[in-house]
Write a protein that binds this ligand. Sequence first.
Ligand SMILES: [Ca+2]
Ligand SMILES: [Ca+2]
Length: 129
Amino acid sequence: MRNKRGIATALAVALGLGAASAVRTAPDEAAQKSFDSADVDGDGKVSWEEYRNRMLHVFHQMDHNGDGRLTPDETPPAKDKSGQPVKGGTVTIEAFSASIEKLFKAADADGDGVLDPDEWVGAPRKSGK
Ligand SMILES: [Ca+2]
Ligand SMILES: [Ca+2]
């Protein structure tokens, strides 16, 4: 199933993360910007709540007709690593919530329950010592 990957990719694009990691020029600035906007209390970390709020905000921004579902025409065109267009299909708010929880856990490389800027941009960092 490619749907989950499609959601993640669409989200990354929406948040500017995809651009940050794909484009080598000045990735820090774009990533920092999106990090700052997610870090509402400004403590330099994005908590699960901040992350979820940010993601839900993005979801509602993309959900133009406000029906709680993202249809393919509401999600930005995304491409996977091999350059294939990703068709996300319809994403419900429930599926979205479940997927962001997984994304958050996957991004939280050191498992401390908050995302630091490196984790936010998905820096390839293994937690192995
Ligand atoms: Ca914070
Ligand atoms: Ca973390």
